[in-house]
Design a protein around this ligand. Sequence first.
Ligand code: ADP
Ligand code: ADP
Length: 237
Amino acid sequence: MLRLQKLSKTYKTGDQALTAIDLDVPKGQVLALIGPSGAGKSTMIRCINRLVEPTGGAVLLDEVDLTGLGPGRLRKARREMGMIFQEYALVERLTVMENVLSGRLGYVGFWRSFLRRYPQSDVDAAFRLLDRVGLLHMADKRADELSGGQRQRVGICRALIQQPKLLLVDEPTASLDPKTSRQIMRLITELCQERGLAAIINIHDVALAQMFVPRVVGLRLGEIVYDGLPTGLTPDK
Ligand code: ADP
Ligand code: ADP
């Protein structure tokens, strides 16, 4: 479903963050991307949806190369990819419901989306998602009244409401305590399974990855140094 071919990124500063990455992610597969700080994990996730422009190679989503798309077709392709962020990226003074609904336009449309009235079907879908993640009773609360774990659950609903095929998840638990981190990882992986969604989860906590995902890809200095079962990892990878 997703195929990276010789994906490369060299920043203007000269930092070579990714060197000719080849990777295949089948439909419905959840994988963890691990590696030390600076390995290129964030860059890889951001190159896939072109929040960062790759400097070489191709990103094929269902055979379509995203690196060549103009703004209109890129916006459409981005709706197939839900993004979940480390710091949640909620709009603090809006309600939980409004934050979830803002996902209907994709993350590029956050601000514009509040000017828009949503069809009842979107509102119903948002309620169903909030119910699934255990936040139905919080729908009218402002985002700034929520705990970190609750915010991340709202972030998950916002990513899912656009019914993506692929989730791009950047350090979802980095700001959370260990117990909440496990809950969030369980929730993300369960939802992927329920919906047949593929996901790439960028995570620095190897033990957490091992608990929840069937495949681990290890990055170091912009290259893949491991790709396989989480049980095959040695401590220094
Ligand atoms: P991470 O926790 O993902 O490793 P960092 O703390 O390294 O992120 O970087 C924070 C932000 O600064 C990111 O948006 C990243 O793109 C940017 N950044 C990281 N390294 C550099 C750099 N060498 N020059 C410019 N910007 C950078
Ligand atoms: P990770 O997510 O694994 O910590 P990053 O993708 O953030 O790694 O960074 C990979 C490399 O690219 C690092 O050397 C970092 O300094 C560099 N880098 C990241 N973002 C930028 C940026 N905006 N400008 C320049 N260099 C960057």
